[in-house]
Design a protein around this ligand. Structure first.
Ligand SMILES: [Zn+2]
Length: 234
């Protein structure tokens, strides 16, 4: 009994020492089939509720061109303002989410400059962090160095991640689920997937570095992540 309690306490202490930064890509909405559908302001406000309530530090990475036709600059600003008010750090994820491995360099760089105009207005200071679409940093060392140089010249810091998930796979089927039990099943399996990934990367950290590092999690601003954390069925 006492031993069990010690194990529990040890687990609790180990858990308390773990740190994870939550980073959410593809704002104002992405990574699921219903990309720009619905009321995006309401969606983003609902997405923020559990994060605010838990007082969790988090960041959002914006694709300013993603829902441009629907929102316009003023609409995007209105969607991003609640993120700022919630204390989120807002970063640049390019305007149109191009793949650096398939896009001419100058075109990709132009997309970075296009990707922070509204965000900058909302946060009132230059955007500091950059997240690569698809996490693609360059097919060759030369491409990678060129992008790093460009980002540095424009005052950007690259925001890497340590826990990459397949949330977009679950997110793609989630909005199409035909009923509440099916959505629940997807959410449950998704959370299991996340716990397995955390365990894997925590173990990997111990194996490689002999300790657990502060992790950075990547998820996307989709309906699944809103539902999985709020427990809402839609
Ligand atoms: Zn993305």
């Amino acid at each position: 009994m006492r031993l069990a309690l010690i194990f529990l306490l040890a687990a609790a202490i180990a858990f308390a020492e773990r740190q994870v930064a939550i980073t959410i890509d593809d704002l104002p909405r992405g990574g699921d089939a219903g990309s720009c559908g619905g009321d995006l302001l309401a969606f983003n406000r609902a997405f923020l509720v559990p994060l605010r309530a838990a007082r969790i530090p988090f960041s959002g990475f914006v694709n300013e061109g993603r829902c441009q036709e629907k929102l316009g600059a003023a609409g995007l600003g209105a969607v991003l303002r609640p993120w700022k008010e919630a204390g989120a750090e807002l970063g640049n994820h390019t305007a149109g989410h191009p793949n650096y491995h398939q896009t001419p360099r100058e075109e990709f760089f132009a997309g970075i400059l296009e990707g922070a105009r509204v965000t900058e207005q909302v946060i009132g200071v230059p955007v500091k962090y950059f997240r690569h679409p698809f996490l693609h940093m360059g097919k060759t060392l030369e491409d990678k160095r060129a992008l790093e140089t460009f980002l540095r010249a424009h005052g950007y810091v690259i925001a890497p991640i340590t826990i990459d998930t397949s949330d977009y796979v679950y997110a793609a089927i989630y909005p199409q689920a035909k009923d509440a039990p099916t959505r629940q099943r997807i959410r449950t399996d998704y959370l299991r997937h996340m716990e397995e990934l955390f365990s894997f990367f925590e173990k990997r950290s111990r194996e490689v570095l002999g300790r657990e590092i502060a992790q950075t999690l990547l998820i996307h601003a989709n309906q699944l992540n809103r539902g999985a954390r709020t427990g809402s069925s839609r």
